[in-house]
Design a protein around this ligand. Sequence first.
Ligand SMILES: Cc1cc2nc3c(=O)[nH]c(=O)nc-3n(C[C@H](O)[C@H](O)[C@H](O)COP(=O)(O)O)c2cc1C
Length: 339
Amino acid sequence: MYTGLRPFLFRLEPEQAHAFTLSLLRLVGVLPPLQTLVRLLYPVEQRPVLAFGLNFFNPVGLAAGYDKDGLGWRGLACLGFGHIEVGTVTPRPQAGNPHPRLFRLPEDRALINRMGFPGRGADFVARRLAGKHPPGLVVGVNLGKNKDTPLESAADDYLSGMQVFAPLADYLAINVSSPNTVGLRRLQERDALQHLLQVLVQEREPLSKRLAKPIPLLVKIAPDLTDGDLDDLLLVALDTGIDGLIVANTTIQRERLRSSLALEIGGLSGAPLTQHCLELTRQIVARSQGKLPVVSVGGIMSPADAKARLDAGAVLVQIYTGLVFSGPGLVRQIVHAIA
Ligand SMILES: Cc1cc2nc3c(=O)[nH]c(=O)nc-3n(C[C@H](O)[C@H](O)[C@H](O)COP(=O)(O)O)c2cc1C
């Protein structure tokens, strides 16, 4: 079906195409007969996984950034995802960067985005997540900071995100790796990260008791860290007791790209990340001696790519750009391939 729809979508501006797709998914999410139809069109087998204390009915998730405001997640769930990561959500609404800010690079099976966390803010998204969730679906919320929050006060933004979403989400992802918010990635440096994670882990304890449920905290990292940065980050992650890493966000590297848009500023995603994110997953699993569950994301464009991540030790995988180029059938194909 997607083979028919893709040429139409690819004739639209990338952000328009995304808005159109999301509005279809939103419609699916509110109309039960459409939900049943989509579930019938995309039947997905069960491949249960237990990760950071949560039961996933399969290891394939939707990466952050696709459903920033929680508009389409109920429809997306019908495509067979085991988990969906909503966000990045910032505490207050913000416009993001000027348009154009999303670019397709078909020759490279890649995207470049410099969205800059546009979104309607935490209160809006919280309303979108309220109510009963589809049984078995794991919903994560990816948290960020507002553009105008100084880096020194970043912890306050993540804390407020945690307070709003802990009751509504199954896990929280701390995004310190988007390249499109100035300075954000400096929060991955040892001292800054230690401070941020300590504050969050400390606050999590009473919150978790009050809600009578665990609140797994994952940290989403950049693929562009040096070996030394990565060692520091792993020490901090293990020391603070967070539950896992999401590896990785988009890259600012540009290597061997063919598209004329290759030099657009922003984060690159898709096929150019495949090999690097596989290697990074392998390295992190080895260096942390398997003590930090890894959710592997970046350039998973085919079932074979996903299988390689799981074979490398990842507990879960996520997709975004693969969905744009291959369509929603990719979820089912991956789940089927990892029998
Ligand atoms: C248009 C776009 C927007 C994104 N927005 C976010 C975001 O808000 N937060 C985040 O953590 N990652 C964001 N990402 C990164 C993805 O979640 C993912 O880490 C990255 O694209 C690599 O995976 P992929 O190659 O499967 O796309 C975005 C990616 C794209 C393409």
